[in-house]
Design a binder for this molecule. Structure first.
Ligand SMILES: Nc1nc2c(ncn2[C@@H]2O[C@H](COP(=O)(O)OP(=O)(O)O)[C@@H](O)[C@H]2O)c(=O)[nH]1
Ligand SMILES: [Mg+2]
Length: 288
């Protein structure tokens, strides 16, 4: 895979492509200290796809484990260097989706949504590609900066399956790397792709749903505007709006309890905040 395949169109704003995306304040709240790192990478994937094996292959002994702040869910965090740049990599809980039906999913989703990692690597199982791509598409709705790591490629080969990574990269609009992490195969290329996306050398153009019905488009636009007004600085307001329209109870709760406010960087809601720091405008919208 080459840079040119993905970065075919000019970048609208070069600054956005090359500067670190990481939301430092939010990352700190999410328990990540970025003092000794230039970029942060999140590792996402379904359970049992070899995420921890990729994590170990990338970090070696430079890792430590703990819990997510305020949660009993374990977290592994590590570091690596590439071309003189210092990377921090976080192994997210294994999830089938980011729709927040479990604590694990919520942690993974909040990290990608609000921590805004410079690169999100989605590890998928080469022998179960179709099922795994569900999570990839969800991640690509939230972030432009992703690399798909098609792991267990040795198992796929053994089963007579082959994966056309160029085609997949073109269809998804992000780099795709084939790996057999247990053997270390593909890991150097994975690191190179992470670095290219982090530094903006490769600019992703992720595949997104294009054909939103007009009514949905209008509803999303209206709600996004309200969310942005009430929570200035909240990343991914559009995605939050989509989840609210989908009736995502956890998202409604996060808005009501002020959890989202905290993740937005602690900026007070501006749209007539209630006494508990709530945003009444959003409450009524969300309750419908
Ligand atoms: N054959 C093969 N096995 C792998 C590979 N990567 C991971 N595994 C194995 O798959 C199992 C699950 O891996 P793990 O890293 O714990 O998956 P996680 O749940 O996604 O973190 C372990 O037994 C690994 O040794 C690979 O590339 N090829
Ligand atoms: Mg694991």
């Amino acid at each position: 895979m080459t840079t040119e395949q993905i970065a075919s169109a000019p970048v609208a704003s070069p600054a956005c492509a090359t500067c670190s995306m990481a939301n430092l304040a939010n990352l700190r709240k999410l328990g990540i200290n970025m003092e000794d790192a230039d970029y942060v990478v999140a590792l996402a994937g379904n359970p049992n796809v070899g995420k921890s094996t990729v994590f170990n292959a990338v970090t070696g002994l430079r890792q430590h484990t703990g819990n997510w702040p305020g949660k009993t869910v374990g977290r592994a965090e590590g570091g690596f260097e590439y071309a003189g740049r210092r990377y921090k990599i976080v192994d997210l809980p294994g999830t089938y989706s980011l729709l927040s039906t479990s604590l694990d999913e919520e942690i993974a989703r909040n990290f990608i949504l609000f921590g805004r990692p410079d690169v999100t690597v989605v590890v998928v199982d080469a022998t179960r590609l179709e099922r795994n791509l569900n999570l990839v598409l969800q991640v690509l709705e939230i972030t432009d900066r992703a690399v798909v790591c098609v792991n267990l490629i040795d198992e796929a080969r053994r089963l007579g399956l082959s994966v056309d990574e160029r085609r997949l990269a073109r269809d998804l609009g992000v780099p795709v790397v084939l790996t057999a992490a247990r053997q270390g195969e593909g890991i150097p290329l994975l690191l190179q792709m992470i670095d290219e996306v982090a530094t903006g050398k490769t600019v992703c153009r992720p595949r997104r749903i294009q054909s939103e019905p007009p009514a949905l488009k209008r509803a999303v636009a209206a709600l996004t505007e309200k969310i942005q007004a009430a929570y200035p600085g909240l990343p991914n307001a559009r995605w939050v709006a989509l989840r609210l329209l989908d009736g995502d109870e956890r998202m409604v709760q996060a808005l009501r309890s002020g959890e989202l406010l905290e993740l937005a960087g602690g900026v007070a809601p501006t749209a007539g905040a209630g006494s508990e720091g709530r945003a009444p405008v959003l409450q009524t919208e969300a309750a419908r």
